[in-house]
Design a protein around this ligand. Sequence first.
Ligand SMILES: NC(=O)c1ccc[n+]([C@@H]2O[C@H](COP(=O)([O-])OP(=O)(O)OC[C@H]3O[C@@H](n4cnc5c(N)ncnc54)[C@H](O)[C@@H]3O)[C@@H](O)[C@H]2O)c1
Ligand SMILES: [Zn+2]
Length: 367
Amino acid sequence: MNRLTVKTPDKKEYDIVLDRGFEALSVELDRLSFAGRRTLIVSDTNVAPLYLEKLETVLNGQNIVTDCIVLPAGEESKSQDNAMMILTKLIELNFKRSDIVIALGGGVIGDISGYVASVYHRGLNFLQIPTTLLSMVDSSVGGKNGVDYGRIKNVLGTFYNPSLVYMNLDALSTLDERQFYNGFAEAMKSALIKDAQYYEWIIENMYEICDRDPATMEELVYRSISIKKLVVEKDFYDLKGERALLNLGHTIGHAIEALKMGELLHGECVALGCVGAAYISHKKNMLSLEEYLEIRDMFVPFNLPITIDSIDLDKVLSNVTKDKKQDNLGLAFVLLKKIGKACVDRTVTSDEIMNALKELEYTDDFE
Ligand SMILES: NC(=O)c1ccc[n+]([C@@H]2O[C@H](COP(=O)([O-])OP(=O)(O)OC[C@H]3O[C@@H](n4cnc5c(N)ncnc54)[C@H](O)[C@@H]3O)[C@@H](O)[C@H]2O)c1
Ligand SMILES: [Zn+2]
């Protein structure tokens, strides 16, 4: 078992526990004095049949009474209507602040549950049990939550920390291949922004990662989340620029995602965005040509795209400049000074972005 403790601005701390199975959760619940309380578990239609019963067995063993809400799997469930539905259930059940909301699922379930937990009576206990690689390496830590407003993603949300993040790494075995590599893209992003040794480790352990070797996956999640922890401890409210580094690949990535909704997953767009950012970094003499090409090609063994076709580059560019990372100082673009060291750059021009997009565009003579 591995454990990390995250410091929060309100001087509370919470633990991230990495284990295989749900058994060790009993000890954690005991440590938090949660025995005998009530919990509402929020999950989705893919995850609940696989893991809900196992989780309930552990909770009931601690005399924790469980109720469940199972949402349809998918981003569409991250809606205000569903948030209201969960809140209504908490009111009907007369939940107290000492009771617990548990998110059992990927980032969609984690985000909506965290949001609900933060607003109900101005905050009740919240436990994250992430089950996708993306939610383990990224969304379950850092305290951001939210729901979408129609097609506008994450526009309603709060900052709210869980009491515990409990990761059952065995859950990764049931993820389909595409979802697995989708999460891997965020792990690769973490290595690129902060940790050259971790990046080298990924290269050395490529086969073990693709095989989802349990010990390798534990190290991958641990190293990724250690980076996220460092960043959010320095800049929890995303005000000091440090947390912005986590947006490597997201400026171009989000712009593509908006046009390829339903076709490309978030991590796939982030991979494309990282390639674009690495290209711009190379053109600005931060990365050598060899480093740029290596970063680009490193996504390929993980089934992540490095080129894109059938997309209107002008529309992508216009989405980039509409991005929320644009403030009165200009567009905050995350570039790589070198592998393992990201920086926020405000000098990236539309021409430079367009050249990067052209580099991403699929052509027959691609080398
Ligand atoms: N709060 C944050 O800081 C943050 C950061 C990044 C992403 N996000 C959000 O996270 C969401 C994406 O998260 P995601 O990629 O985990 O998506 P997701 O929650 O939709 O899960 C992806 C798919 O995998 C299925 N699934 C989950 N666990 C499984 C398992 N163990 N076995 C089999 N199937 C499983 C789900 O049912 C779903 O179909 C987005 O809404 C994004 O905005 C939030
Ligand atoms: Zn992301």
